[in-house]
Design a protein around this ligand. Sequence first.
Ligand code: ADP
Ligand code: ADP
Length: 226
Amino acid sequence: MAEVILKNVYKRYSGNVVAVTDFNLEIADKEFIVLVGPSGCGKSTTLRMIAGLEEISDGDLMIGQRRMNDVAPKDRDIAMVFQNYALYPHMTVYQNMAFGLKLRRFPKAEIDKRVRDAAQILDITHLLTRKPKALSGGQRQRVALGRAIVREPQAFLMDEPLSNLDAKLRVAMRTEISKLHKRLQTTFIYVTHDQTEAMTMGDRIVVMKDGFIQQVATPQEIYNHP
Ligand code: ADP
Ligand code: ADP
């Protein structure tokens, strides 16, 4: 069960920047949640607090039944996908996808099975021996997704994963990610500044402004009452 609950969460950076103010949200197991809003409204900070990459200044983060505020990122059982892919340039696609499992000392056979299964889901089996520089933008994004999938995490966090892709590919990858969500049956928390992306992908959409939640609604509700 990967219910994610944020209760009265605040983030203050040094220099009196309050990036997130009294953020309250209960994300259901298997839900696809999109955080949307203009640049600087606190989306990334919120995601990074869930991932454990940023300390929570005040409030509580629960994942499953467990309070996670002080749990190290590697012990949170969640995977994050970034917009700049963050692939290791000197490693092959296979090695990039295997690396996180190797660090966690998974047996080789298990690593191999997970990498091949993920590669098949993402249709990148033919690319396993290539290095990132020999891949297109869309292929790199798939590898980045693959690296997250092999961990079989309780939740996927995605920070503007499509914003480096051209318009046509972005639309295609939206569909891919929605399909992936259905297939994996896992909680997805997705950050974007793109309203169309939010409306086409989210089960629910969290609209943020100046560090506050402005609205939480389904796409249908927003469509009916914008
Ligand atoms: P978004 O993802 O919506 O663009 P961010 O969460 O990145 O917004 O930023 C929210 C606010 O926090 C902005 O005002 C930003 O300048 C500030 N901020 C983000 N990261 C830091 C940091 N490391 N130190 C100080 N301020 C930061
Ligand atoms: P190590 O350095 O521990 O050998 P590697 O990352 O080089 O780890 O490889 C781990 C395992 O995955 C090895 O058994 C290797 O043969 C296999 N492997 C690596 N790259 C590929 C690939 N592109 N296609 C199939 N198997 C691969």
